[in-house]
Design a protein around this ligand. Structure first.
Ligand code: F6R
Length: 240
């Protein structure tokens, strides 16, 4: 795993944006795996600037988000669908027909999971996967467990994750108890992975990811065996 330590969140976001931009310039129809949450906001903002100021072209880019709450309407302001629209898609020239998120409103959620998996396969898999990390080491919503799921699946959210995400909802009670998450296979088949971590609360998870024992109890530790994974973290996260 390549490790890049930055002085602050701004630099972290800027290096990540350069890496994404270089992927898109090299392959305009790149398939990007995208994350939500606080960590990639700076990346999306920098990519927006690169689009506006340097003409970075997203018109052929294909995107697949890692996860979505379930159940949730795509129009719900707390949905990841709305998050992506507000923080990224509406600011660049992506074609909405090329942007995919798991369907949080599906009547048949198991079918929706299979469909999502097939769509990723049909697109040829992910070229560059952006990941954040949970304080418990989750990636996507692949939560610590004895067994991790291979494919896109419905996952019960841990109380810790619901608590951490309650800041986006009116109350803790309003946070959905489940989510649809891409599984470990689609993440690991990504040709390149960019794991972003910022802030002290991620320190322990990052330490384990870099040098801990590989365990499904801290899903991010599995990234140690990916052939092309880069971790970018800032000085506030941990001092190595
Ligand atoms: C979000 C996702 C999650 C987050 C993680 C960190 O799509 O897959 O794994 O990346 O929970 O969230 P933040 O960045 O809000 O600390």
């Amino acid at each position: 795993m390549q490790i890049i330590k930055t002085t602050d969140y701004q630099e972290l976001s800027s290096i990540a944006a350069q890496m994404v931009a270089s992927q898109i310039r090299g392959k305009p129809n790149s398939v990007l795996g995208l994350a939500t949450g606080s960590t990639p906001l700076g990346l999306y903002s920098q990519l927006t600037d690169m689009h506006r100021e340097a003409g970075l072209d997203f018109s052929q880019v294909v995107t697949f988000n890692l996860d979505e709450y379930y159940p949730i309407a795509p129009s719900d302001p707390a949905s990841y669908s709305c998050y992506m629209e507000k923080n990224f898609f509406q600011h660049v020239n992506v074609q909405r027909s090329r942007c995919h998120l798991p369907n949080g409103a599906a009547a048949d959620v198991q079918q929706a999971c299979r469909d999502y998996e097939e769509e990723i396969d049909r697109a040829g898999g992910i070229d560059l996967q952006i990941l954040g990390i949970g304080a418990n080491g989750h990636i996507g919503f692949n939560e610590p467990s004895e067994r991790l799921q291979i494919a896109t699946h419905l996952v019960p959210l841990t109380e810790a994750t619901r608590m951490a995400n309650s800041r986006f909802f009116a109350s803790l009670d309003a946070v959905p108890r489940q989510a649809i998450s891409v599984g470990m296979a689609a993440i690991f088949r990504a040709r390149q992975i960019l794991l972003l971590a910022s802030g002290e609360s991620k320190g322990e998870a990052v330490r384990e990811t870099v040098s801990g024992v590989i365990t499904t109890r801290i899903p991010a530790t599995l990234l140690q065996v990916h052939p092309n994974a880069t971790l970018i973290f800032d000085a506030a996260t941990i001092s190595f």
